[in-house]
Design a protein around this ligand. Structure first.
Ligand code: HEC
Length: 144
């Protein structure tokens, strides 16, 4: 690569930093999602970065173009499921989320790329089973 190309690439990199993608957040709607303690820990460790308003933003989430991808992903995830707005969901939606959770907890959620970057989100077999048992119990009792 010639020096000119590198200089242009660097300038381009600096310029794109000015473009921000905002994640829509409405903190007035935020409510704590109350679940048993062991489930609470799992959801907070493995799901809350994308499915709550308590996202912890790592340093690379501030650097375009990675920041765009991450922020787009979180916005998308929040539209599907925000545990801190659980109360607003219909029973049908809640049921769907719980069924999907049972299906995705073994592989799919958290997303594979996220798992590569987050050791604390790697759930043990036992934790995955706890999530499934919890979700199944809620579906049975309908006390979601
Ligand atoms: C890195 C971001 C990220 C993390 C972490 C994450 N998700 Fe998701 N999740 C998404 C995205 C994005 C979607 C939207 C659907 C899609 O693109 O597949 C989604 C969709 C879902 C849905 C579907 C909701 C519906 O109405 O069908 C469920 C359920 C779900 N996630 C559960 C979880 C659980 C449980 C965890 C933690 C164990 C988790 N997710 C962690 C990004 C994430």
């Amino acid at each position: 690569m010639s020096k000119t190309v590198l200089i242009f690439a660097f300038i381009y990199f600096l310029v794109i930093q000015a473009i921000h993608v905002e994640v829509p957040v409405d903190l007035s709607k935020k409510k704590e999602y109350v679940v048993p303690e062991h489930i609470d820990k799992i959801l907070k460790d493995a799901c809350y970065d994308c499915h709550s308003y308590d996202t912890k933003w790592p340093w690379y989430s501030y650097m375009a173009p990675v920041s765009w991808i991450i922020r787009y992903d979180v916005s998308h995830a929040l539209r599907w499921l925000n545990y801190q707005r659980w109360d607003e969901y219909s029973d049908k939606k809640k049921e769907k989320v719980l069924r999907t959770t049972i299906r995705l907890i073994d592989s799919g959620m958290p997303t594979p790329i996220y798992l590569m970057m987050h050791d604390e989100a790697k759930l043990t077999k036992e934790q995955k089973q706890q999530v499934k048992d919890w979700a199944n119990e809620l579906l049975r009792t309908k006390e979601y």
